[in-house]
Ligand binder design. Structure first.
Ligand SMILES: [Zn+2]
Length: 65
Protein backbone atom coordinates (compact mmCIF):
# COMPACT_ATOMS: atom_id res chain seq x y z
CA UNK A 1 0.00 0.00 0.00
CA UNK A 2 2.92 2.28 0.66
CA UNK A 3 4.00 1.93 -2.96
CA UNK A 4 0.49 2.83 -4.17
CA UNK A 5 0.49 5.93 -1.99
CA UNK A 6 3.71 7.09 -3.57
CA UNK A 7 2.27 6.53 -7.04
CA UNK A 8 -0.81 8.58 -6.14
CA UNK A 9 1.43 11.34 -4.78
CA UNK A 10 3.47 11.33 -8.00
CA UNK A 11 0.35 11.69 -10.14
CA UNK A 12 -0.98 14.50 -7.94
CA UNK A 13 2.34 16.33 -8.31
CA UNK A 14 2.37 15.75 -12.07
CA UNK A 15 -1.20 16.99 -12.38
CA UNK A 16 -0.49 20.08 -10.26
CA UNK A 17 2.57 20.80 -12.39
CA UNK A 18 0.60 20.35 -15.59
CA UNK A 19 -2.16 22.65 -14.34
CA UNK A 20 0.36 25.23 -13.17
CA UNK A 21 2.07 25.23 -16.55
CA UNK A 22 -1.15 25.30 -18.53
CA UNK A 23 -2.44 28.38 -16.70
CA UNK A 24 1.02 29.91 -17.03
CA UNK A 25 0.38 30.20 -20.77
CA UNK A 26 3.22 29.97 -23.23
CA UNK A 27 2.81 31.46 -26.66
CA UNK A 28 4.46 30.26 -29.82
CA UNK A 29 7.00 32.91 -30.91
CA UNK A 30 6.29 32.14 -34.55
CA UNK A 31 2.50 31.79 -34.72
CA UNK A 32 1.40 33.80 -31.64
CA UNK A 33 -0.85 30.96 -30.54
CA UNK A 34 -1.10 29.38 -27.09
CA UNK A 35 1.08 26.32 -26.81
CA UNK A 36 0.23 23.34 -24.65
CA UNK A 37 2.42 21.41 -22.28
CA UNK A 38 3.27 17.94 -23.53
CA UNK A 39 4.22 16.49 -20.14
CA UNK A 40 7.87 16.10 -21.12
CA UNK A 41 10.64 17.75 -19.15
CA UNK A 42 14.42 17.66 -18.98
CA UNK A 43 17.25 19.17 -16.97
CA UNK A 44 20.01 20.92 -18.88
CA UNK A 45 22.86 22.87 -17.28
CA UNK A 46 21.01 22.69 -13.96
CA UNK A 47 17.81 24.28 -15.32
CA UNK A 48 14.42 22.71 -15.84
CA UNK A 49 13.01 22.78 -19.34
CA UNK A 50 9.50 21.77 -20.37
CA UNK A 51 8.44 20.75 -23.82
CA UNK A 52 5.57 22.78 -25.24
CA UNK A 53 3.84 22.12 -28.51
CA UNK A 54 2.18 24.59 -30.83
CA UNK A 55 -1.19 23.57 -32.38
CA UNK A 56 0.44 24.24 -35.75
CA UNK A 57 3.04 21.57 -35.23
CA UNK A 58 6.25 23.05 -33.87
CA UNK A 59 7.53 22.52 -30.35
CA UNK A 60 9.84 24.35 -27.98
CA UNK A 61 11.76 23.58 -24.82
CA UNK A 62 10.84 26.35 -22.38
CA UNK A 63 13.00 27.12 -19.36
CA UNK A 64 10.98 27.37 -16.18
CA UNK A 65 13.43 28.48 -13.47
ZN1 LIG B 1 3.97 27.62 -33.77
Amino acid sequence: MRKLGRMVMASVVALALWFHLSIWGVECPVHDTDMYFTGRSKVKNGHMFYLYRCPLGDSYWVRQD
